[in-house]
Ligand binder design. Structure first.
Ligand code: NFS
Ligand code: SF4
Length: 621
């Protein structure tokens, strides 16, 4: 096996990988070794399984599949479906929030409510629904119907395009990139990539961008906004991160996945006096809830629940031996967690019919019965405390302080009511620009080395960093999410963040919350009366692995944001597709991807780009 020092930058992770090896438990790292080397054709994207005349693998020697498709067509089709898988994931998550809103409106979700009436009214106004003087439930019903319709085929564009600068919308219209309906674009991509349909790589990629935009400005944005309406808009608050948030003397429940619909109820149930009393009867001092991945981010942003870890920490969290239950909803949940949990007393509980795990305890979680089910789940965890083997418990490290809760609403409030102070700081050059660092971990990359390395490089150069998804935990553990982190920032950023009392890296939430970043960019562009592509901003996913991250990257680029990836998607087998991604898109949408594994070089490229955009806006000579 590879030396542990090469696998991760974190002490808590190293301790748990060591423990796993000592106890004979396999993790993602060993399985990667088993799978390496990977299939070269698949890496290049030049394999096709879209029909049974194949499967085909094309190369210089055999340049066409049985049907005649060449590498360009095959790579574009594969990438198109890849992006579509990601858009489907985040957008279906968004749909689940609409269904909860529907259940609230119909009086069938007693454990959920409209928490942010004001925000719901604002949204209604933005999407063209009359709200003044109307009962909130009537407004909610119309918003719900409008969002359901955003998934269908009857609209010319999804409703949140009302937030997009007109120049950008005109560009999309000209290119045939305007997202019409979330499900429609997803289904159309499946159609286009069937044998004998879209056999022109650039044309396929335009639709891939349209599908991604349907996610970013449609499904994901709906997910974020309705989560705020139902569970509350995040506000700055302090919390903690790393495996040290697991408590030796308490019943530990980890929530993992993406959707706050389940985990918010688990949180409420964990505070139930009867369950607490039972936990104490069994010798625990309390019930401790901690998050993993994006469900963790959702609870952290809104409720300040501590974060146990990001993607590559999920197996390792169980290996502490102190986790009574891991409760999952969907997405990014490694199926290996069932096996790892099976090595301990840990109960693995799944809650969604669309994400079941063989060997798990299953709950068909429904809005109508949410609280009752959440109590049953917490009760299973509490009872498991009696089965814990104290001799196998090892919780590494002390929790690190973090600041979280930066929604756009919170940022505007901190700025005194408008974005103007931020714009002034950018104009003055104290803040040169901003980069959103988002996404995952990937065992092919030393865990969090690039996520942290890039964030540190950027803030040094007075570039504000906005973090979401699994990057948030990395930034937190590196000490970048506290106001004191301004000591690591350049002089301008230090001055601005210091006077506001905020960190130079802002925790902006989960991955669906990348829609918050899109909204912020659109608002900045609208205020300055320019296009998003004119702004001194960038996006990066240094350690990405998932289809969702590819969709996010593509909607960022298609929205006009220069976007970095730490390693390429499986497209290098087509020169046409690769060239379009890293240069040709510039002429079409005013931004491209760039691929760079080194964090310093990446920061150099962002700085260069940001300086050019500043010049373009007339901010610098
Ligand atoms: Ni985003 Fe969230 Fe993490 Fe990557 Fe997975 S949890 S939606 S995909 S791994 S950041
Ligand atoms: Fe082969 Fe064409 Fe079928 Fe793909 S669609 S498997 S390239 S014959």
């Amino acid at each position: 096996p590879r030396p542990i020092d090469q696998l991760t930058i974190w002490d808590d992770a190293k301790a748990m990988i060591r423990k796993a090896r000592a106890e004979g438990i396999e993790t993602v790292h060993e399985r990667l070794d088993q799978q390496t080397p990977h299939c070269k054709f698949c890496e290049l994207g030049t394999t096709c399984r879209n029909c049974t005349m194949g499967p085909c693998r094309v190369s210089e020697k055999k340049p066409r599949g049985v049907c005649g498709a060449d590498a360009d067509v095959i790579v574009a089709r594969n990438f198109g479906r890849f992006v579509t898988g990601g858009a489907a994931g985040h957008s279906d998550h968004g749909r689940d929030l609409i269904e909860v809103l529907e259940a609230i409106v119909e009086g069938e979700a007693p454990d959920y409510k409209i928490t942010e009436e004001g925000k719901l009214r604002t949204i209604a106004g933005e999407i063209g629904i009359k709200e003044a003087g109307r009962d909130i439930m009537d407004v909610a019903k119309d918003v719900m119907e409008c969002f359901f319709a955003d998934f269908g085929s009857r609209k010319k564009e999804v409703s949140f395009l009302s937030r997009v600068p007109q120049k950008r919308k005109d560009l999309w219209a000209k290119l045939g990139m305007t997202p019409r309906g979330v499900d429609r674009e997803i289904a159309e991509m499946m159609h286009r990539t069937h044998m004998g349909c879209d056999n022109d790589a650039p044309n396929t990629l335009i639709h891939a961008a349209r599908t991604a935009l349907a996610d970013g400005w449609g499904g994901s944005m709906i997910g974020t906004e309705l989560s705020d309406v139902i569970f509350g808009t995040p506000k700055p608050r302090m919390s903690t991160a790393n495996l040290g948030v697991i408590k030796e003397d308490q019943v530990n429940i980890l929530v993992h996945g993406h959707n706050p619909v389940v985990s918010e109820q688990i949180l409420a149930a964990a505070r139930d006096p009867e369950l607490l009393a039972r936990a104490k009867e069994l010798g625990a001092s309390g019930i401790n809830l901690a998050g993993l991945c994006c469900t963790g981010n959702e609870l952290l942003m809104r409720q300040g629940i501590p974060m146990a870890g990001n993607h590559l920490m999920t197996e390792l969290a169980i290996i502490t031996g102190a986790v009574e239950a891991i409760v999952v909803d969907y997405q990014c949940i490694m199926p290996s967690l069932v096996q790892v949990a099976g090595c301990y007393h840990t109960k693995f509980i799944d809650t969604a019919n669309k994400a079941r795990f063989t060997g798990a305890i299953h709950f068909d979680f429904q809005p109508r019965t949410a609280m009752q089910q959440a109590k049953e789940i917490v009760s299973i965890a509490v009872e498991a405390f009696a089965e814990r083997d104290a001799g196998r418990v090892e919780i590494p490290g002390e929790p690190i302080e973090i600041m979280t809760g930066f929604s756009n609403e919170a940022v505007i409030e901190a700025l005194g009511g408008s974005l103007d102070p931020l714009i002034q700081a950018i104009v003055a050059g104290d803040i040169k620009g901003a980069v959103g660092i988002v996404g995952c971990n990937n065992p092919k990359i030393k865990h969090d080395s690039l996520n942290v390395g890039l964030a540190k490089e950027l803030i040094k150069r007075d570039i504000l960093v906005i973090a979401t998804g699994c990057v948030t935990t990395a930034a937190g553990k590196a000490g970048l999410l506290v106001p004191g982190a301004i000591e690591m920032a350049g002089p301008g950023l230090k001055k601005v963040c210091g006077s506001l009392g905020i960190p130079p890296v802002l925790h902006y939430g989960s991955c669906v919350d990348n829609s918050r970043i899109m909204q912020l960019c659109a608002a900045l562009a609208n205020t300055l009366n320019v296009d998003i592509s004119d702004l001194p901003v960038g996006a990066s996913s240094p350690e990405w692995y998932s289809e969702k991250a590819a969709a996010i990257g593509l909607y960022a680029v298609a929205s006009g944001i220069y976007t970095h990836l730490g390693h390429p998607p499986n497209i290098l087998g087509s020169e046409t597709v690769t060239n379009l991604a890293v240069s040709g898109l510039e002429d079409l949408v005013g931004a491209t991807f760039f691929i760079e594994p080194d964090p310093v070089k990446t920061a150099d490229l962002f700085e260069e780009r940001i300086n050019a955009k500043r010049k373009g806006l007339g901010l610098d000579k």
